[in-house]
Unconditional design. Structure first.
Length: 617
């Protein structure tokens, strides 16, 4: 591996572990430009996108990673629906043994499809507030729709009356393009079920490659069995139930074409100059959907049957694999959906889920479970209903003691937006603080030559434009955040960077709630903080817009023109008192940004700070 590529990857890993995801993505994309066929880099990028709540972006990245597995699209799609005894499947098993990156990409790709309440929501609704994100989502959907229709058209025969391949593809494209949430979610769950069903078959047997995996960085055979045989079918039954149908109809009339009849004898042979060869039989759509589906558990007996199925699936692999226990806990937690509080069914599911979580924590090293703490307590969508139950809060107190464990928890697929908003405020406030200190030091060091002044104002225009783009999307577009970080770091005085530091980390939700609960804002909800941040960013955007009276972008351009005019007139510098006054004005403007983002900040003070930036004569 080239030294530069290795250095970029190591920097990205360190930044990601520090939850500095914007900069980590920049490093990974820079590394990917140097090695576009590196599937491990693509999986790292998609993993960070998942953590940042960009589920549709992660789905595209994982899908693109699957295209570099050494097969063309036709071979890859045929492999998904090939008969289990075919030679194609055996070859795929050998690929999994050689390249664990492909295994990880297929696993995470299936999981993103399977958590369809998040992915389908972004597919159908997306981020309609900001035009740039709308365009990005539209491009992703335009790319994935034909790819999905070619790969998953056989599932259409299980839920629609289309019989031919072309009609099924057209029906599938129509549903995906119309963006009807219930249908998109069902299609994603069907695709996930087939992906995991095949992944379980392709994964190496226990003991050969990945079954004993203490780090948890790769899926084990046992967790794949849980996900493929129980988790995916249960989620499929949930999505099918929400669509308004029961699974019984689906089970009684599976219409998926198997295409396993032998071709005519005349077509079985291929004649060449070198002899007669037997043509291989192609199986374009093989699966046994009644075995992939299950009924939604509604009664105590159904839950007991679910528990027996989990024990049967893992009867030879329990006791050492924390992933298997965690997957079983997710299954029980999903079964909580639709069960009212206080019922016996909900109590049994909660008890079984918490028991599996306790086993999961017991089976893994302390250092690694600390890394997974935030995922378990706040981010995993499977545990949404479970986090509201008293036994889970008791488990949290014992396994992960912190300040406020017994609170009313929000929905996890919405929680990252709140974390990001608070991170946006911290990022912008830190940037403004550094720029204010930098202009203060420039004023102390004045006078300076006019060429340096021109560079200052050129950089100032770019930084205010980055702040404008940041505020226009309310910080929702990570490239805008990364660009602001990069520009501020390039311009900020090294003395300020050494003293203050930079690049805040994305804080975990638990620490944010603890601060709000016990800090000066006690009793205030996180949603109240995020609404205040959105309002502050709207005010900031209005004041720095180029159409505003005291726009710092226009003022910086005017000073840039003045500095260039001084150069053309043969001047070496500007008067010292003017330079000091300008530096003081910009320092005050950046301090005004910090004050505006503070909980007690006022728009009027910020407007006055901008008006104090001296204009050139």
């Amino acid at each position: 591996m080239p030294a530069e590529l290795f250095a970029l990857y190591q920097e990205a890993k360190e930044l990601s572990s520090d939850r500095k995801f914007d900069e980590a993505l920049e490093r990974l994309y820079a590394a990917l430009r140097r090695d576009p066929m590196n599937i491990y880099l693509r999986v790292e990028i998609a993993g960070i996108q998942e953590t940042m709540g960009l589920y549709l972006d992660a789905l595209e990245t994982y899908h693109a990673a699957l295209t570099i597995d050494g097969q063309n699209s036709e071979q890859r799609n045929s492999q998904l629906w090939a008969a289990p005894w075919s030679l194609r499947r055996r070859l795929q098993q050998r690929r999994c043994l050689r390249n664990t990156g492909v295994l990880n990409a297929r696993y995470r790709y299936a999981v993103v499809l399977g958590t369809s309440e998040r992915t389908a929501a972004q597919w159908c609704d997306g981020d309609t507030t900001y035009p740039r994100r709308v365009e990005d989502h539209a491009e992703i959907i335009q790319l994935l729709t034909p790819a999905f229709s070619k790969r998953y058209w056989p599932v259409v025969s299980a839920i629609a009356s289309q019989k031919g391949k072309r009609e099924a593809q057209e029906w599938l494209e129509d549903k995906l393009e119309k963006r009807e949430y219930a249908w998109v979610r069902l299609i994603f769950q069907l695709a996930c079920a087939q992906e995991l069903h095949r992944l379980v078959q392709d994964c190496p047997s226990p003991g050969r490659h990945i079954s004993h995996n203490p780090t948890g960085l790769q899926p084990t055979k046992s967790v794949l069995k849980i996900l493929g045989h129980i988790w995916a079918p249960l989620r499929l039954a949930w999505a099918y139930r929400q669509l308004g149908y029961g699974t019984t109809i689906f089970l009684q009339t599976p219409k998926l074409p198997t295409l396993m009849s032998s071709p005519a004898r005349a077509d079985r042979f291929r004649f060449t100059l070198h002899g007669i060869f037997l043509k291989p039989i192609r199986y374009e759509a093989y699966t046994n959907w009644p075995e992939v589906m299950m009924d939604w558990p509604t009664q105590v007996n159904d839950i007991n049957d679910l528990s027996h199925e989990i024990n049967r699936t893992l009867r030879r692999q329990r006791g050492y694999d924390w992933q298997a226990h965690y997957g079983a806990a997710c299954v029980y937690a999903i079964a909580l959906n639709g069960k009212p509080g206080g019922t016996r069914e909900r109590e049994i599911c909660t008890e079984l889920a918490v028991r599996e979580l306790e086993e999961s924590v017991r089976c893994v090293e302390s250092g690694f479970i600390t890394v997974k703490r935030s995922w378990m307590l706040a981010s995993d969508v499977d545990l949404d209903e479970l986090r509201l139950e008293t036994p889970f809060i008791s488990f949290e107190r014992e396994a992960f003691p912190h300040v406020t464990p017994d609170r009313q928890r929000p929905r996890s697929h919405e929680e990252f937006q709140d974390e990001t908003k608070i991170y946006d405020r911290q990022l912008l406030a830190n940037s403004a603080q550094l720029m204010g200190h930098t202009w203060h030091l420039r004023g102390i060091d004045a006078p300076t030559d006019v060429h340096t002044l021109a560079y200052w104002f050129w950089d100032e225009v770019g930084i205010w434009q980055s702040v404008q783009a940041f505020a226009a999307t309310r910080g929702s577009n990570w490239p805008d955040r990364a660009k602001l970080l990069r520009r501020v770091r390039e311009v900020t005085d090294s003395r300020v960077l050494d003293k203050e530091g930079f690049s805040p980390r994305l804080r975990e939700r638990d620490s944010i709630i603890d601060e709000i609960w016990f800090g000066a804002k006690r009793g205030q909800e996180i949603s109240d903080c995020t609404e205040k941040i959105d309002e502050d960013l709207r005010c900031l955007l209005h004041e720095i817009d180029e159409k505003a009276t005291c726009s710092p972008i226009n003022r910086s351009r005017a000073w840039l023109a003045e500095a260039r005019r001084a150069v053309s007139d043969g001047k070496n510098t500007l008067p010292e008192e003017i330079i000091r006054e300008v530096c003081a004005g910009y320092a005050g403007a950046w301090q005004g940004v910090c004050d505006l983002l503070d909980s007690s900040g006022e728009l009027k003070s910020f407007h006055q700070a901008l008006s104090r930036i001296r204009a050139p004569r």
